[in-house]
Design a binder for this molecule. Structure first.
Ligand SMILES: *Cc1c(COP(=O)(O)O)cnc(C)c1O
Length: 365
């Protein structure tokens, strides 16, 4: 008996290249796209290690935990790092980025996370891209949590390195990612003696062995299942249209915000302004005296399939995340998530209005 996952014909170079072209179309980019065969941290680390070197100065915008990781990699490459840290309940502004660039004219690399699934905020990349371009620095964007959840236009926004992953709003597996690379970024990598070469982190290897060689032969055996799964994500997005997928995420976020406020009981949107809130996931602040990890555990005990998780690290006591992305970006999942949180609050003696929450979700369905 043939097995649907195991007994597959080999994935050809043509097939792999065709999936890359479809990722490029999804990003509306004319730059080279490389599918990277691992979780998105693989291309993110490859981009940092290719773009930064001793003598570089990097502006690292920290609006959540990934920015902290990028700062560590940048320092490890010998770059001088200017961290621009913004409280997790808000977004960074283009004016803040502009001031940091003006204060440190030597900045030649900027790293930014677009949407933060972990803290629930999203940053105005179009406006930030303008000030970064005016300064002339190379611009790396982590768009793992924004792709397919909100508009993402790396070329129009002057993004040199745009990293995406399949596992959030695209509704796919975690083991495959992709990056678009501008000609400027390729030049920077090529001129960097410390850029990874003959390494799993090397994007230059892919340029030399795959792109410049005409995409005729894959440099090593491709991660077949993940590539096919990425293709299946693209099929599913194209079948309904990217705009519809984005709209579904926007509605889920609006419904969660409105529903949580209507629920009462002191569960409040963690991100103060709706415009700063990410469509991929909504973070909620628990009322005083209610531990977020405990509340989530209670809610999940009632329904383990709900996309609920407490905030990471120090946020575990006060932040609940509703991960309404991919197949979970629906009014039903939002309604069920809020109902479970409401029931858990009720069990702790906090009064809530479940009917009002459900009505608020309906208004955004
Ligand atoms: C999910 C995500 C990643 C990928 O990292 P994991 O923690 O392994 O899922 C990278 N960047 C951002 C902004 C993400 O939301």
């Amino acid at each position: 008996m043939t097995h649907p996952l195991l007994d597959l014909p080999p994935l050809t170079a043509e097939h792999f290249a065709a999936v890359e072209r479809r990722v490029a179309a999804l990003l509306a980019t004319g730059n080279d796209v490389v599918i990277t065969q691992g979780e998105a941290l693989l291309p993110l680390e490859g981009c940092v290690r290719g773009g930064a070197r001793p003598g570089s100065t990097a502006l690292n915008v920290v609006t959540g935990p990934y920015g902290q990781t990028f700062g560590d990699w940048l320092r490890d490459c010998g770059a001088t790092v200017v961290d621009l840290e913004v409280p997790f309940h808000t977004a960074v502004t283009a004016a803040q980025v502009e001031r940091a660039l003006a204060a440190h004219p030597g900045i030649d690399f900027v790293s930014l996370v677009h949407a933060e699934a972990a803290t629930g905020n999203t940053n105005p990349v179009a406006e930030i891209g303008e000030v970064v371009r005016a300064h002339g620095a190379l611009f790396m964007l982590d768009a793992v949590a924004s792709v397919a959840a909100e508009p993402l236009l790396p070329d129009a926004w002057g993004v040199d390195l745009c990293v995406i992953g399949a596992q959030k709003a695209m509704g796919g597996p975690a083991g495959v990612s992709a990056v678009s690379v501008s000609p400027r970024a390729w030049e920077r990598f090529a001129a960097n003696p410390g850029a990874p070469r003959r390494s799993y982190l090397s994007l230059l290897d892919w340029k030399e062995r795959w792109i410049d060689a005409g995409r005729r032969a894959l440099p090593h055996a491709p991660a077949q299942l993940e590539t096919l799964a990425l293709e299946a994500c693209l099929d599913r997005i194209e079948a309904v249209g990217l705009d519809a997928v984005i709209a579904r995420h926007a509605s889920a976020a609006a419904a969660t915000r409105a529903g949580a406020s209507a629920l009462g009981g002191g569960l409040e949107p963690f991100v103060h302004q709706a415009a700063d809130a990410a469509p991929v996931a909504t973070t909620l602040r628990t009322p005083a005296g209610v531990d977020a990890a405990e509340l989530v555990a209670k809610a999940l005990a009632a329904d383990p399939a709900l996309p609920l998780i407490a905030g990471g690290g120090a946020l575990a006591g006060e932040m609940v995340r509703v991960n309404h992305y991919g197949p979970h970006a629906t009014p039903d999942t939002v309604r069920a998530s809020l109902a479970a949180l409401g029931a858990a609050l009720g069990a702790l003696g906090v009064p809530v209005d479940q009917a009002a929450a459900s009505r608020a979700v309906d208004e955004h369905a």
